[in-house]
Design a binder for this molecule. Sequence first.
Ligand SMILES: [Zn+2]
Length: 384
Amino acid sequence: MTKKLFDDGMLFSFSAVVTDCKETKNGFEVTLDRSAFFPEGGGQAGDVGTLGGVKVIDTYEKNGEVIHLCKSALEVGTEVRGEINENIRIRRMQNHSGEHLLMGFIHQKLGYENVGFHMGSDEVLLDLNGVISPEDIRECEQKANEAIARNVSINISYPASEELASLSYRSKLEMTENVRIVTIEGIDNCACCAPHMPSTGGIGIVKVISSESNRGGTRLHILCGLDALDLIRQRMESNAAISHLLSAKPEKTADAVEKLLNENISLKRQITENERRAAEEIISGLKNDSRKSFCIFTKGLGRNTMREIANRAVKLTDGAAAVFSEEQDGFGYIIASEKLPLRTIAKDINSVLHGKGGGSDLMIQGSLTAERGAIEKYFSELDL
Ligand SMILES: [Zn+2]
């Protein structure tokens, strides 16, 4: 059985003897007489690093043995140097230890348990079996960070069963033997198999990013230490970009965005009102001549306004009420008629006036690239 050295979370380099090496389809499964590599567990992924210079891409446990999944074979009996990827391991320990610390205060205050824990590369999810208010989240987060400032010890112990029976600790499983207790002095006791920071100072910061309701409880998204720093940097850069774009102080960006949105709403209202007036003006200028089709040319009007003009103009003619809006390379059109077979006419328009579009016999819409003169000529020759 591998002697496990990861009770000391800060042991990143060690020497050991290779006891076995088996080739599998994923790589070489190497075992050692002793190892500081952590096999996945307690929500924390298996360590990566090198053994004798050979890459270790994952670590897991099989029948009590720590398996180091290596890129190449290692000779049984040789002594190798194990080097754990320190940056990855520290980030994981910060998130994991930070979760214990925050959970300790939540448990103290509300009695909730951690009923789900997921630690990914860019987010840590913590599921509580109860509803927690934003005020309580803030209070527990604050206490966790104050405990970081006090640099409280985090200890690993394996209490004897009598001692364990009298100990109050958080645990996901009912265990009675060889239980590994992670203690944050005076704050939390929790049964857990993973490596942790030796004291709370190493966690750096605990930040709750967001919370959402989850199966009658609450899911917290948290990040700690270096991962939290990365996120804070990313969010500050994004805020700095908004601040620059809106010429607003970084702490006033929300106000500036709100102002911009309000301006946008009032501009949209103004555009609608301007279009409505333009449409009224066009409609009041139309002469009631039931034998002629209307050809109405506009610019800068939205489709809704064009449709409104076509719907009103069609009441004045048995022909077509055709509304065109000048676009970059031609015209957009909406054509209404109560008598003409517009679906057939659409095909004709598409071929004669170089357009594309269609619709029903009552209304067609699309765009075309013909000149204004050709369009007017076409509609003046439409048979009624
Ligand atoms: Zn833990």
